[in-house]
Every structure is written in structure tokens, then in C-alpha cells.
Ligand binder design. Sequence first.
Ligand code: ADP
Ligand code: MG
Length: 238
Amino acid sequence: MAALEIHNVRKDFGSERVLKDVSISIDSGEFLILVGPSGCGKSTLMNAIAGLEPVTSGSICIDGEDVTWRTPAERDIAMVFQSYALYPSMTVRQNISFGLEMRKVPKPERQAAVERVADLLQITHLLERKPSQLSGGQRQRVAMGRALAREPKVYLFDEPLSNLDAKLRVDMRTEIKKLHQRLGTTIVYVTHDQVEAMTLADCIAVMRDGHILQLGSPDEVYNNPVDMFVAGFMGSPS
Ligand code: ADP
Ligand code: MG
């Protein structure tokens, strides 16, 4: 069964049609990368999957359940978006634990989850600090930890590394790849970085102007682009 099924999703903002019948099906454990030029609708699609924006028409199923009209909290997903705001007055531990507390997860389980992700992301030594006492890269790890503390059906990452410098981006990319291999979770990940796309993806969706132009393995999309646009975007050999 597909972990995530997006069926004919359309999204209008006023008279502007931003998503034009987008359909994507992602198997459980698959790492899908969504690429496309700025303004093509990537974040809008992520927000629709997350339930942050209602769709105009179409449906979204997670693990076979239609969640189209459910609130974000009622969908089994966790997100890391570009602006990874942490709660400034809370410690790293509290930041990671907060989402679980909201979901009424009992304290011993919350503590165990915090220890688990802190170990995974190598931030155990930072748990009692406040966000202001962290570097950008450390904050990014905490934001990741907050998402990973939950074990949802689907993770959504919208350009999570775009605020980091080049070295950190490469380190975090490696870490995300390892995490995926270790946890085997389903991930939808937006990037405009082709190298990131090629190294992380099981599957790449190329989007333009509210459409999915091509959906395939990195090898297919790179070596057999459907058109000049995809070829140009992926940097395919001509
Ligand atoms: P991307 O993430 O691919 O850069 P977005 O999904 O953010 O693109 O935006 C796609 C289009 O939708 C853009 O033209 C943008 O201006 C428009 N858009 C996004 N969010 C809103 C909104 N809340 N209200 C009106 N237009 C929006
Ligand atoms: Mg965006």
C-alpha cells in the first residue's frame, strides 16, 4: 500500500491556479525528492500534504486513510520547514519534547524519545541549552530532532538545509541519508539543489508551473529526461 497518495490535487489562490491536478504515489519507506524552480508550487504542495492549506479539489491519503479534510495534528506526519523556529525560552530538551507533550505522550516515553533522537543526531551534550546558545547547524539538528522525536508515517522536509553554509549542508545531507537508511521512514523532501536530489532520492519528482513533469528514479530523470526543461534542470548530459 502507498504510504502517501496524492490524487488530482488542485490549489487555487484567488484566480491563480498554483497546483494543477498533481498526482503522486509514494511507497512506504521511499525517499521522494521534489524539485522545481522557485514559485512552481513545491511549498504549496507540502503545505497541502501537511494540512496547513486546504486543497481546492483532489484528495490526500496517508497509509490508505483519506486525510484531505483533517487538521495537521490529525495527520500522522512531522515537518521540518525552511524557517525552523525553535521556542527561544525552552531548552533543547523541552523543544524536542514539546510536540510529544501536546500529544499527551507520557513522561517516561517522552524522555526516552528525547534521548533516542539526541543520540542519533549527536546533540546529547546540548540538551540543557537554550536555542540562543546554539550555532545555526546545531539549531537545525534540534529542529530535525523535534520532527524525529515523533515517529510519524511520513516526514515532510521543505528545503531544510537552505539556511546552512555549504560544509554543514553536506554534513547534514549525509546524516539525513543515514537516518533514512536506519529508520526506513517515508520522506518527501523539497530542494533546489540537484546534488542533494541525486544523492538522497529513491525517486525524483520534477515540478514546473503547478505540474509534475516527470517522476522517476534519479537515474531515469537524469539520463532520460522527458523534455528540455527537465534536462536543463537536472543538468543532464546532452
Ligand atoms: P515554491 O515553493 O515552489 O517556490 P510556492 O508553493 O511557495 O512555490 O508558491 C507557488 C505560487 O503560489 C507562487 O506564485 C506564490 O506566489 C503563490 N502562493 C503561495 N502561497 C500563497 C498564498 N498564501 N496566497 C497567495 N498566493 C500564494
Ligand atoms: Mg518553497
